[in-house]
Design a protein around this ligand. Structure first.
Ligand SMILES: *Cc1c(COP(=O)(O)O)cnc(C)c1O
Length: 471
């Protein structure tokens, strides 16, 4: 008979095997990250054919680890290089390596943190990271919140929380207010939360793309006259198209007068509060009822890390608490909160570790410094491109986005799109576009911890040269 240590169960690697798998991963990851700067900023050549090669039913028998990992490398290559220094599209983040290792450990130990009783220390680590984020935004120590998978989920949880706090159970006459430049996830969340499209008001923006508080108040009063129930306004702290920050103090005044919940969508912009002078870029944030943050943007973590903060967390609990007989053993003790009572999720990953490890490892100072660098780089690119006569810059960067269009109104959309195509064709940087008031707008968004002056200089040079070649 075999000794127990010699028994090989089909799904449990023996220690030497596990170590070999980890070594293969380490080799791949270290080489991949080491070559990011020389990799193309995007590469989709042959991507469809490669995608089609991943097909067929799951195999009955397995294959060697190295062989499978070897298939992944080329698959990773056929994509927008979202982790590389040239990624200036949409809202970059980067993906700190330390966070990947935190995930590796968290998944390997596979502890459950959804309820406090199952892993009190790990649950504490996660709630500590939420406390840290709350302090970063200027919230009092009584604030709370929950880690989510991203800003979209945070916005959904916020809207449901505001709905429960401000409206009766039949809430269909409730109305909510966003700006024309608000992120699509907010109106999507409102619909998922049960509001019809007619409940969503889109308020005009000023010449710097910021919500106009007077227009907000006029819309609220008009709805009140019609017997509707205004209950929520969602200002943006960093719109996705241009990085505009809505005037929070004036919006908070309107909200006070009309008993509205104020939810700040700071998914992109909130963490700039950590940069030198950051608080003055978003005054009033600390007075909002709730805040969406995306650590997978402004803290450079891997995708799948969002956060919702709530100034008075009782409202979050009231909207999401759930109990059941089969959960009676893990009901929270007094003074404790189960994460499962703060969001729609019950079982989930231990996502606190991917915040805790990088912040403890690098120190917050490193994040402050990097965020300050991004603001300065956007400002530098703006100053350089302002001198370019073929381009029209939409606004001075309020955060780290520079938005610009082809100046000649006649052919602005065609030439703007052609400029984007040519710049991206060099494969050193990658820019995305947006539409504002019917106009095709290019944007540079500097947010990756891997993007530094040299790459932004390359971006500006490429834009200049291609603009000159075009006209
Ligand atoms: C990115 C973003 C969102 C959506 O967040 P996800 O993490 O992509 O779900 C919402 N609002 C703003 C302002 C954003 O930048």
């Amino acid at each position: 008979m075999n000794e127990p240590s010699e028994i090989r169960w089909p799904l449990e690697p023996i220690p030497a095997e596990l170590r070999a798998w980890i070594d293969h991963c380490a080799e791949y990851v270290v080489e991949h990250i080491g070559s990011l700067a020389s990799q193309p900023s995007w590469d989709l050549e042959g991507a469809e054919a490669l995608a089609a090669s991943f097909t067929g039913p799951p195999p009955e028998d397995g294959a060697p680890f190295e062989q499978l990992l070897a298939r992944l490398g080329p698959a990773v290559g056929k994509s927008f290089n979202t982790a590389g220094p040239g990624y200036l599209a949409f809202i970059p983040g980067g993906g700190l390596p330390a966070a990947a290792l935190a995930d590796f450990v968290a998944c390997a130990v596979n502890r459950y943190v959804g309820v406090h009783a199952a892993a009190p220390v790990l649950a504490r680590i996660e709630s500590l990271t939420v406390d840290w984020l709350a302090r970063m935004m200027g919230y009092p120590t009584t604030a709370g919140g929950v880690l989510t998978t991203g800003g979209s989920l945070s916005n959904l949880i916020a809207i449901v929380t505001a709905r429960v706090a401000k409206l009766p159970e039949s809430f269909l006459d409730g109305t909510l207010y966003i700006s024309e430049e608000c992120h699509v996830s907010v109106s999507k969340a409102a619909r998922i939360a049960g509001f019809p499209e007619r409940a969503i008001r889109r308020i005009a923006v000023d010449e710097r793309y910021r919500l106009v508080p007077e227009a907000l108040e006029a819309a609220v009063e008009e709805d009140q006259r019609r017997g509707l129930r205004p209950f929520l306004v969602v200002p943006s702290v960093g719109t996705t198209s241009t990085g505009a920050v809505d005037p929070l103090p004036a919006i908070l005044d309107v909200a006070r007068r009309h008993d509205l919940w104020v939810h700040a969508d700071a998914a992109y912009g909130g963490f700039f509060r950590l940069a030198p002078g950051g608080e003055s870029r978003m005054p009033g944030l600390e007075r909002c009822d709730s805040i969406t943050l995306d650590p997978h943007k402004g803290l450079f973590l891997p995708y799948g890390t969002g956060c919702l903060l709530v100034r008075e967390p009782g409202a979050l609990l009231a909207a999401h608490r759930g109990g059941a007989g089969y959960l009676q053993d893990v009901a929270p003790g007094t003074g404790r909160v189960n994460f499962s009572d703060l969001s729609p999720e019950l079982s989930r990953d231990f996502r606190g570790l991917r915040l805790w490890l990088p912040i403890m490892l690098h120190g917050l100072g490193a994040f402050r410094e990097q965020l300050g660098e991004k603001l300065a780089l956007a400002r530098w690119a703006y100053d350089e491109l302002k001198a370019e006569t073929r381009l029209a810059l939409l606004d001075e960067p309020q955060l780290s986005i520079v938005a610009f269009a082809w100046r000649d109104a006649a052919d602005t959309n065609r030439l703007g799109a052609e400029l984007q195509r040519r710049v991206n064709a060099r494969r050193r940087v990658f820019l995305s576009s947006t539409t504002i008031g019917g106009r095709f707008v290019l944007r540079i968004c500097v947010l990756s911890f891997r993007t530094h002056r040299d790459r932004v200089e390359e971006a500006v040079a490429a834009i200049r040269e291609e603009a000159a070649a075009l006209g």
